[in-house]
Ligand binder design. Structure first.
Ligand SMILES: [Zn+2]
Length: 1018
């Protein structure tokens, strides 16, 4: 999980007097069962000898895992692996792992295997349950009990009844492995763990088996696992050669698969959450491998997510520190908790538990990215002793996959034992957290969130509600119109948005005297209500609320995004309601979200309004041979109002159109006469997504988005572009999504040198059957090269549209693929994955079609663009005394300057130029104006960042002056084509769906981007 260890910081202070807490709740008495084998049970001698052989130091193991109990009937992992778990050179495919788990299930009544769904590429995901025969025989009854604790409404919030159920229930502890494909140790550790839990008769393990259901998903990212095993085997087969990094993990994204717990775009997220909720599990413990030797992130650093129950944050501390304590007693170095990264974002897989009344846990153990045994040398910040790491890892050590497995299994077994020993407390807490979630409206608020029925973007609204459903939230719909009382907010960021009405309300709320005022707010029948008196209210509250990360927070290196407010990012109106009367509004539960669609009117020209809903693009490609036009101005027809960009559809029957718009939330009106408004064609352009061989992490979200909207595209690499001198023959639009924050322009152009070393293939071969299917190459080292740059430039000059984003926009500017744009350095900018406000500059640009005056966008230290009408002069500001100043002289501030000894003529007024604008071209500059860009070729700013006072919507904004008011979205005409530059990332993690249409509009209007353009007069 750790992206970059240097990003992390040391903890600042101790948090809790833990000893007292632990002693109250746990038996720290002599009654504690000693860990270690039962001398009466024979051990598997050969297996045990290999454990010792592959463990590189005696202190890299524990009495829990330094032996393997023997069984006459149950096979050990050796049966499938041909060697023991963690053996050097052994990395099993998912099929082998599953084969072993099913062998276990066949041989032992204590084990069952469940299929929990499929991946994007169709591979199976499983969960393995291990517990005593008796527990396994009563799983359904136990689940029924746990379901009552999980939903306290079923027992009328009756604590006494809950206590009875707690006493009769067995908790479920869910362990997930290998979400990150380069972190390879968990599957073998979990195979062996399952064996131990099923077979070992030591009192310590029996305590776990008798009182806990251990649920194991050995591989979360199955597609990536099989690719990683391919890669490792290629490495073993070519021991003298370098091997490529794992460029593709999952089908779409790499480590961001562990950032999907909010938007739920990936199958693995859905499958794991369904399993967690379906079992009513108490813990979700996710295994990672990038920190020496075992970092228990359970008690992480601040800030903590502000929506979780404090009961949970206390559980984190209890579990985390107890884990360190147990392993400290075993003498295992490098086991620690607390340190390093914050617990703010709910995007991590483990956070499913935190947001669904369970306990989220995460381990980082130490992996070698494969099963080679290697000498590992650490950095000082990794081996230093700190207050939270009293026994740090060694500066240098020989480290094996077996060592890693020893740490993983030991940590898990001590956790399971402690959890089992304190199961009553944890089960009661599970119930209490659920109960407190149900009581949210009275206890803390809000009472509900409302998504009004009249939202102009029903498709996006439906998608937001669908995310809530995937999160297992209950959704209701008002059966009649209703009103609630809402406070009039004092700040510019009102908790209602997405319309000009909201903007007015915000402005009204800016009056200080209005702070304590309330007003009524009306909602139409059919409005969606997400009640907060439900067990999973917390996740809805966390996703729909606003975030504020103080620039003064002691945590200076946020580990991930600081803001995510879903209503803002989806461009969907969401109202936070604290008035508990809303809970009495007549409403009915909603199971299927079906945005209204349809066709009305008798005419044959159909008009469809444009509200920047993503559905229009889907429709365009669904009816790709049908003639469609976009209106360049708003118009009215047959009593309906249509925005700029609205579609006029010709030559299709009402029936066909009705079929095509179904499910899209689009209303088509058959007009009695074609409107006279100016239009241009909207074509189903040929799209390519351009990727590098350096990283496919961030562009993967673009593929996911286009796939989800059924927009076809070619998937090409920088190497394709380097070889293809006629890109226009194949594509109209090339999307070049961000490559990654750690990738330099040098790498994107030059790649890795081919002057030395061996080729690094990424290919589908019998040797690597899981690689090379998404894209392939004989050698991943070359990138764009200067040929590729020239080909992209030709593509644009001949009418192509190149879309660039963040780092690729910087690259386009630096390479001279644009003119009139420069990028400022912004060393003090700290906008760390925040939601910020953009204001519209040119609503007539097709890129802005359907949007209102403002839009919330996702920004990560977005580049600050400057535009100019003079070549290479972006950011230029004429010298002077500033907009309010005047020279030192006679008179007052507002008087003109005064020259003694001559008649004072009034000086011409200098134009006031805003940061997103270019300085007007002067007559002086036009004298032999060889550097003056002709008006038709000047950069056209579509959106700009808001002023610094209004920039922050959600998250952290510090040093916002660097980008405030600067251009955020620019269309640069280059000969016949265009380069479009984004400072924000419009397509990101399935969360920014409200800004998808900026890209979709660019695609749909690729050959008419100059529409509505007003040219400078000189
Ligand atoms: Zn990881």
């Amino acid at each position: 999980m750790i992206r970059n260890v240097l990003w992390m910081r040391r903890g600042l202070m101790a948090r809790l007097m833990l000893c007292a807490v632990a002693m109250l709740n746990t038996g720290l008495s002599a009654a504690d069962t000693a860990p270690g084998r039962d001398p009466k049970q024979p051990i598997d001698q050969a297996y045990t000898a290999k454990i010792a052989k592959y463990t590189t130091e005696p202190y890299f193991t524990s009495p829990l895992v330094n032996y393997l109990p023997a069984s006459k009937t149950v096979p050990t992992p050796e049966a499938v692996l041909g060697d023991i778990a963690g053996a050097p050179g052994i990395l099993p495919y998912s099929a082998q792992v599953y084969q072993y788990m099913r062998m276990l299930a066949k041989a032992s009544p204590r084990v069952k295997v469940y299929s929990i769904g499929r991946t994007e590429e169709g591979r199976e995901m499983i969960a393995v349950a291990v517990s005593s025969e008796s527990n396994m025989a009563h799983l359904d009854a136990n689940r029924a009990n746990l379901a009552k604790l999980a939903d306290p409404r079923t027992i009328h919030l009756d604590d006494a009844e809950a206590d009875k159920i707690v006493g009769a229930s067995v908790p479920v502890y869910y362990i997930t492995g290998t979400i990150h494909s380069t972190e390879t140790g968990a599957p073998t550790a979990l195979m062996e763990l399952a064996y131990r839990l099923a077979v070992d008769d030591s009192p310590y393990i029996r305590e776990i088996r008798d009182h806990v259901v251990t649920l194991i998903t050995p591989i979360v990212e199955v597609d990536g696992r099989d690719r990683m095993v391919d890669l490792y085997r290629w490495h073993l087969a070519h021991p003298q050669e370098n091997y490529p990094p794992l460029i593709y993990w999952g089908h779409y994204v790499a480590h961001d698969n562990n950032r999907d717990a909010m938007a739920m775009t990936l199958k693995l997220s859905r499958n794991v959450l369904n399993t967690f909720v379906g079992w009513d599990a108490q813990v979700l413990h996710d295994l990672h491998e990038s920190v020496p030797y075992l970092y228990d992130n359970t008690a992480g650093d601040g800030p903590f997510n502000a929506w979780v129950d404090p009961i949970l944050t206390n559980e984190w501390e209890i579990l985390g520190w107890r884990n360190v304590q147990d392993m400290t007693k075993f003498g295992m170095p490098g086991v620690f908790t607390h340190g390093q990264f914050d617990t703010w974002s709910p995007g991590y897989l483990m956070f499913f538990a935190a947001m669904h009344n369970g306990i989220s846990r995460l381990y980082e153990t130490f992996g070698n990215g494969g099963a080679d045994t290697e000498e590992r040398t650490l950095q000082p910040d990794e081996y230093s002793r700190t207050w939270w790491r009293q026994n740090p890892p060694l500066a240098k050590a020989l480290w094996s996959q077996r060592d890693n497995n020893n740490y993983e299994e030991t940590g898990l077994l001590t956790s399971l034992y402690f959890f089992s020993d304190n199961r009553m407390m944890f089960l009661k807490n599970f119930y209490l957290k659920a109960k407190r979630s149900v009581m949210k409206p009275e206890n803390e608020g809000p009472a509900a969130y409302v998504l009004p029925a009249n939202d102009p973007r029903p498709k996006l609204q439906g998608e937001l509600l669908r995310v809530m459903q995937l999160q297992h939230c209950e959704i209701s719909r008002a059966t009649s119109a209703f009103f609630v009382t809402v406070p009039v907010l004092k700040k510019s960021v009102a908790h209602t948005h997405g319309s000009s009405q909201a903007a007015k309300e915000s402005a009204a709320g800016a009056k200080p005297e209005a702070q304590s005022a309330t007003k009524t707010m009306n909602f139409p029948a059919g409005s969606y209500i997400i009640r907060m008196d439900q067990p999973y209210s917390r996740i809805a509250d966390a996703l729909l609320d606003y975030q504020y990360w103080s620039p003064d927070d002691p945590q200076k290196t946020p580990y991930d995004d600081t803001g995510w407010t879903f209503g803002e990012l989806f461009n969907v109106k969401v109202v936070r309601v604290t008035d508990t009367k809303i809970l009495d509004v007549p409403m009915e539960p909603v199971t299927t979200i079906a945005p209204p669609s349809g066709v009305s009117g008798a005419g044959t020209v159909f008009a469809i309004n444009d509200n920047a809903d993503t559905a229009l693009a889907t429709l365009r490609y669904r009816l790709k041979d049908v003639q469609m036009e976009a209106a360049e101005e708003p118009f009215e027809a047959d009593g309906h109002k249509f925005n700029r960009g609205s579609f006029l559809v010709h030559g299709v029957s009402g029936g066909d159109l009705r079929h095509a718009v179904s499910g899209l939330g689009l209303e088509a009106y058959g007009l009695s006469a074609a409107p006279t408004v100016k239009t241009h064609p909207v074509r189903a352009g040929r799209v390519a997504i351009l990727h590098t061989w350096l990283s496919t992490q961030t562009e993967g979200w673009w593929r996911q988005a286009l796939d989800s909207m059924h927009i076809p595209y070619a998937y090409i690499s920088t190497q394709t572009v380097a070889k293809d001198a006629d890109l226009n023959a194949k594509y109209d639009v090339i999307l070049f999504p961000p490559v990654g924050r750690f990738v330099t322009p040098d790498l994107i152009i030059n790649g890795l040198s081919t002057d030395w070393g061996n080729p690094l293939p990424w290919k589908n071969t019998p040797e690597t059957p899981n690689m090379g299917k998404i894209d392939s190459t004989d050698d991943t080292r070359p990138e764009l090269g200067w040929d590729g740059v020239a080909h992209l430039q030709d593509f644009v000059k001949h009418g192509g549209v190149l879309v660039t984003v963040m780092d690729t926009a910087n690259l386009a500017v630096a390479l001279g693929l644009t003119h009139g744009v420069t990028v400022s350095r912004t060393p003090h900018e700290r906008i760390i994955g925040s939601v910020v406000r953009a204001d519209i500059v040119d609503p007539k640009s097709p890129i802005a079609y359907g949007y209102g005056d403002r839009l919330s966008i996702y920004c990560f230290n977005g580049p600050a663009f400057n535009v100019s009408s003079i070549v290479s002069r972006g950011g230029f500001r004429r010298l002077g005394s500033g907009e309010d100043g005047r020279p030192t002289g006679r008179g007052t501030l507002t008087d003109p300057d005064f020259v003694v000894g001559r008649k004072n003529e009034p000086v011409p007024e200098e134009p006031h130029v805003k940061p997103w604008q270019a300085e007007p071209v002067t007559n002086e500059e036009l004298r032999n104006g060889i550097g003056v860009i002709p008006p038709a070729f000047r950069p056209r700013v579509i959106f700009r960042y808001a002023g610094v006072r209004h920039l922050l919507v959600s998250g952290l904004v510090q040093g916002g002056e660097a980008v405030a008011q600067h251009a955020a979205v620019i269309d640069v005409p280059m000969e016949s084509g265009h380069v479009v530059l984004f400072s924000n990332n419009p397509i990101y993690r399935g969360e920014t769906r409200g800004s998808y249409s900026l890209v979709l509009n660019t695609i749909l209007n690729f050959d008419s981007l100059n529409a509505g353009r007003k040219l400078d007069t000189q």
